[in-house]
Write a protein of this length. Structure first.
Length: 278
């Protein structure tokens, strides 16, 4: 199985007891910064599985810069777990010393890019390693956004040396909501900087008569997102791939089934490539 799954609290005891056939787990860093029983259970799992750390609280787009206390706590967790990958988001979530329970969008302007570059560089210096930055799911477009999102991400990676976490569900959600071409979006990204894929489900909501896709991570991966994944694999090759599921969390086996589907896609494309080469 080439795809990992997000480790959620409802599955921790089952993972410890049954040691399921999963190649790796992703954890959300902020669930473990305070230590305690949750971290001790995670360390038991870490003894048998690789993990990646997905942070949501660095607020890298914040005009106030990086919260150094939060950065030190994240560094301590990373030093303790020695994860294979560490990632964050192209977003902000802190202002006036207060944290918001949302990943808020960044206007794609030269000024915002400069601030994001500065914050990513400080975060990477503080963590002692390169970050992967995840593309967001978008529901609006700022009038001030003069830089296309893929171009903003490319320039951020070039100036900071950060890698990219390509969330294919987010690409699809953003493309539908903003009227973009998802294939063109992917073609604009530098494949050599992409170090991980995310796959997840979304839902369709009505917003005052307008249909909007919501990145709720609450269902199986949509066929259109599987198609984007197949195209990304054909273009760039295999990357660590994660199945995300954060709401209406199902049985562990359902997540493993989704991961197995990702593996089947990889195997099919690999066999096809070998047949063509032969």
């Amino acid at each position: 199985m080439v795809a990992g799954i997000g480790l959620r609290s409802v599955h921790v005891a089952e993972v410890i007891a049954c040691s399921p056939s999963v190649p790796w787990f992703e954890i959300h860093a902020e669930n473990y910064l305070c230590g305690g029983p949750a971290l001790r259970s995670l360390e038991r799992i870490r003894a048998s599985y690789p993990v990646s750390v997905h942070a949501v609280g660095l607020s890298l787009g914040s005009a106030e810069g990086v919260d150094q206390r939060h950065l030190r706590r994240l560094r301590a967790l990373i030093d303790r777990l020695q994860p294979m990958l560490v990632s964050e988001h192209l977003s902000w979530s802190r202002a006036g010393g207060r944290y918001f329970n949302h990943l808020l969008p960044v206007p794609y302007t030269p000024e915002a890019l400069d601030r994001f570059v500065e914050n990513v560089q400080r975060a990477q210096d503080g963590l002692g390693r390169a970050l992967l930055i995840e593309n967001p799911s978008s529901y609006l477009r700022f009038l001030e956004s003069a830089i296309p999102e893929p171009e903003f991400i490319v320039e951020l990676s070039r100036r900071t040396g950060c890698g990219l976490l390509c969330d294919l569900n987010n690409v699809y959600v953003t493309s539908v909501n903003l009227g973009l071409d998802p294939d063109a979006y992917l073609e604009a990204l530098p494949g050599d900087r992409i170090a991980e894929f995310h796959l997840a489900g979304h839902c369709r909501n009505d917003a005052d008569g307008v249909s909007v896709l919501i990145d709720d991570h609450g269902s199986r991966v949509a066929p259109e997102v599987w198609d984007l994944y197949a195209g990304a694999l054909a273009c760039w090759g295999l990357r660590p791939t994660l199945i995300e599921w954060d709401t209406a969390i199902p049985a562990l086996q359902v997540l493993m089934d989704e991961a197995q589907h990702a593996t089947s896609l990889v195997n099919t494309l690999s066999a096809r490539a070998h047949a063509l080469a032969g």
